[in-house]
Each structure stands twice: as C-alpha cells, then as structure tokens.
Ligand binder design. Structure first.
Ligand code: MTE
Ligand code: MO
Length: 162
C-alpha cells in the first residue's frame, strides 16, 4: 500500500522519481524554501519550496519539455511548457508548521505569479493547480483539462464555490 503521508509524486523524464511527505518538503535545502509567500505576492499566504529545488532533487532530464500538474482529488490537470516556469514556479505547502489547508489549495499548490488571464495562454491563472499530488515531466504536452472558454471557466468556478 502506498504510504498515506506521501503528498507529492514526481515522475517521468527524471533520473530520480520522488515521493515526498510534508517532512521531506520541510527538509529541502533552506536556499530553496520561501518562508513567507506573502512577501512576493500579497494575495497569497504560506510557505513554499521552489520548483527548481524539486526538479534538481529529481534530476530532471535535459530532454524534458513539459510539466503536467495533476490534482486527482478533483480531476483537474494542466500541462505547460517547462522552460516557461522552471525558474519562477513555487509549490506552496505549509502554513507555519502545519500542512497547507485544503481551502487554500493544499496540501500542495503549484503557483506562478506572472500568469495571464484565464484561458488566454498556456501559462494562465488556471494553471495554478491546487491540491497537486503528482508532477509529471514529459517530452510532449500531457493531459490538460483546463477550461477553454469563458462558459466552461464560469462553470468550473461555480462548481468550486459549492
Ligand atoms: N485542483 C484544482 N486547481 C485549480 C482549479 C480547480 O478547479 N481545481 N481551478 C483553477 C482556476 S480556473 C483558477 S482561476 C485558480 C483560482 O485560484 P484561487 O481559487 O486560489 O483564486 O485555480 C486553478 N486551480
Ligand atoms: Mo481560471
């Protein structure tokens, strides 16, 4: 049986697939930790680790070109060009000493600050996937079910509000 304390899997075009618990995320090198996300974006709270730090641990292959963020809890997936986010994206995973609450997108939330408006470009606000449990690195674009028009987008937000 899979260890229930594992929050995040990293697989695909990597030399070292990962299965990370809250403890593992907390123990990542201090240079890759962002203690207070609100310092970089006043809309957001919590503590994070850089995507670059995770990719270095997983020894991502040079051939990798897409990153797919899977949230199995609510079946939401986004697949975006890796180069566009590898240096800027973070994974928010904590509130003080505890896991990031579900209401805030926890236990792990992918976050990019400089996103485009929803469904306008590959890197849009919708790509800020909440409840990410699997990061898959691939050669080509992977599964992506973000809304493609305003109506689908409105439906999704309505569902999330329920
Ligand atoms: N797992 C999951 N992540 C998701 C979504 C979702 O429905 N499920 N919606 C996306 C959309 S469309 C937007 S605009 C942002 C909204 O983030 P917020 O609720 O923190 O403002 O989350 C994105 N991440
Ligand atoms: Mo969105």
């Amino acid at each position: 049986m899979e260890d229930p304390s594992v929050l995040l899997h990293v697989s695909g075009e990597v030399e070292q697939p990962l299965a990370l618990t809250f403890g593992d995320l907390s123990e990542i090198d201090a240079a890759q930790q962002i203690g207070d996300v609100s310092q970089m974006d006043s809309q957001r709270e919590g503590g994070a680790v850089t995507l670059a730090g995770i990719l270095a641990m997983a020894k991502v292959r040079e051939t990798a070109s897409y990153i797919t963020l899977h949230a199995s809890t609510d079946d939401f997936h986004a697949s975006i060009p890796l180069d566009a986010v590898r240096e800027h994206a973070i994974l928010i995973y904590r509130m003080a000493e505890a896991e990031l609450p579900k209401e805030m997108g926890g236990p792990v939330r992918f976050y990019i600050r400089d996103f485009a408006d929803c469904h306008t470009q590959e890197i849009d606000e919708c790509a800020n996937v909440k409840h990410v449990d699997h990061i898959e690195i691939t050669l080509e674009k992977g599964h992506d079910n973000r809304p493609t028009d305003e109506e689908e987008h409105a439906d999704l937000h309505r569902k999330q509000g329920e």
